[in-house]
Design a protein around this ligand. Structure first.
Ligand SMILES: *Cc1c(COP(=O)(O)O)cnc(C)c1O
Length: 371
C-alpha cells in the first residue's frame, strides 16, 4: 500500500527541478546572498500579486507578524484581539512586541474570526485586531474593517495560510493596515527553508519595516543606524526559489480548489461535518472536516498509510504559554479542537488518492455502525 502524503513537497519540486537547479547556479554567479537583485525582484512581484504597494522580505512568518504588528502601531501594554483558533505564532508575535493577546472565539461554520466576538472583546486598551485567514480562506474583512474603523483600531492580516486568497475581489494582504506572510516550505508558496514577508500599502511603512529588519539601517547610508533594529532578512537564494514557484502559484491554487471539490463530492454522504468553504478564491491550504471520533479516525487513517493532521488540537488560550489563572471560556473553538482533522491536500495529489482517503473514512464509520 503506497503512502498518501499529507503534503508532498518532493512532487512539487520534481515538477520544477530544472528551474530550481538554475536558481542555485544563478545565485552563485550573482553572489547576491542577502538582499540583492533576486530579493528586489521577488518583493516587487509579490507586492503586485497581492495588489499591495510594497512587500518586504524577512526571515520567517513569525518575524513578519511581529514587524507587521509594530508597523501597524502596536506598542507595549496594548491589547490585541486574536482568534484563539490559529497557529501559536500569531499570539507569540503579539507577545514579542510587548502587547497582550486577547483571545476570542470563532464562527462555528468556518472556524474563522467572528465579528460578534471581536466587537465584544474591544476595551479601552485595544489597539489592533489580527485577522487570520486560516486554512486558506479569508476572514470576513469587510466587517472586520468596519468594526476597526468605528473604534480606530489597526488591522493586521495573518496571511500565512492564504497566498493569493481573495474576498470581494481583493487579495489577502491588501486589506489590513499591514499583513504578514510565511514562506515556510509547506505553505502554498514555500521556500526551501524559512522566509516571510510584510506586505503594506504605504511606502513609508515599508521603509520603516525594511530598516528595522536590517539593523535599523538608514536607506541612505549604510553606516547610519536610525533605530535599534534587528536582523530578519530574506536571502537571495530563497527569493529566487520563491520567484520560480510564484509563476506556478495560481495554477497550484487552482489545483487545490479542484482537489477540495473532489473531497466535497466524495465525503458528501459520510458522517463528517464539512466546514463552510469555497468563499470566492479560497486557496485551500488545508482541507478540514469534523467528527467527534477524530482521534480514532486519525489513527485509522495513519494505519492505512494516509497522512492526516490536526490544526490545531489546543486553542491558543489553553496553551501553557498563554493561559492565565482564569482562561476565558471559548466554547466553539474548544469543541472544534477535539473534532477537527485535516485531510491530505496539495497540488499533486490525484483524484484516486482522494477517493482512497474517502473510502478509508467510509470504512471507518461503517465498521463502527455510524450511518
Ligand atoms: C505558518 C504560520 C505562521 C508562522 O510562520 P513561520 O514562517 O513558521 O514563522 C503564523 N501564522 C500562521 C497562521 C501560520 O500558519
Amino acid at each position: 500500500m503506497s503512502t498518501i502524503e499529507f503534503v508532498d513537497l518532493r512532487a512539487a519540486h520534481d515538477s520544477i527541478r530544472g528551474e530550481l537547479d538554475d536558481v542555485w547556479a544563478t545565485t552563485l554567479s550573482r553572489s547576491g546572498f542577502i538582499g540583492g537583485p533576486c530579493v528586489d525582484e521577488f518583493e516587487r512581484d509579490w507586492a503586485a500579486a497581492c495588489g499591495a504597494r510594497a512587500a518586504v522580505g524577512v526571515g520567517n512568518g513569525t518575524d513578519a507578524l511581529e514587524l507587521a504588528l509594530h508597523a501597524a502601531g502596536v506598542r507595549p501594554g496594548d491589547e490585541v484581539i486574536v482568534p484563539t483558533n490559529t497557529f501559536v505564532a500569531t499570539a507569540s508575535a503579539v507577545v514579542a512586541v510587548g502587547a497582550h493577546p486577547v483571545f476570542v472565539d470563532v464562527d462555528p461554520a468556518d472556524l474563522l474570526l467572528s465579528t460578534d466576538h471581536v466587537a465584544a472583546a474591544i476595551g479601552p486598551r485595544t489597539t489592533a485586531i489580527v485577522a487570520v485567514h486560516l486554512f486558506g480562506q479569508m476572514a470576513p474583512m469587510r466587517e472586520i474593517l468596519d468594526i476597526a474603523r468605528r473604534h480606530s483600531l489597526s488591522v493586521v492580516e495573518d496571511a500565512a495560510q492564504a497566498h493569493l486568497a481573495s474576498r470581494d475581489g481583493r487579495a489577502a494582504g491588501s486589506w489590513g493596515t499591514t499583513a504578514a506572510f510565511s514562506f515556510y516550505p509547506g505553505k502554498n508558496l514555500g521556500a526551501l527553508g524559512d522566509g516571510g514577508a510584510v506586505v503594506v500599502g504605504d511606502d513609508d511603512i515599508a521603509e520603516r519595516v525594511r530598516s528595522i529588519a536590517n539593523h535599523g539601517r538608514s536607506a541612505q547610508s549604510r553606516h547610519v543606524h536610525l533605530l535599534s533594529g534587528r536582523n530578519s532578512r530574506l536571502d537571495g537564494l530563497q527569493a529566487a526559489v520563491l520567484s520560480v514557484k510564484l509563476r506556478r502559484l495560481r495554477e497550484w491554487n487552482d489545483r487545490r480548489r479542484l482537489v477540495a471539490s473532489w473531497y466535497e463530492q466524495a465525503l458528501a454522504d459520510l458522517p463528517v461535518t464539512r466546514l463552510r468553504r469555497g468563499a470566492e478564491d479560497d486557496v485551500f491550504h488545508l482541507y478540514v472536516v469534523r467528527t467527534p471520533r477524530r482521534d480514532e479516525l486519525l489513527a485509522h487513517l495513519g494505519a492505512n498509510a494516509i497522512g492526516a493532521g490536526v490544526h490545531y488540537p489546543v486553542p491558543c488560550h489553553l496553551q501553557p504559554a498563554f493561559s492565565t489563572d482564569r482562561p476565558p471560556s471559548l466554547p466553539v473553538a474548544e469543541q472544534a479542537a477535539g473534532e477537527i482533522i485535516s485531510l491530505p491536500i496539495h497540488p499533486h495529489i490525484t483524484e484516486s488518492d482522494v477517493e482512497r482517503v474517502a473510502w478509508c473514512v467510509a470504512g471507518f464509520f461503517r465498521a463502527r455502525h455510524v450511518a
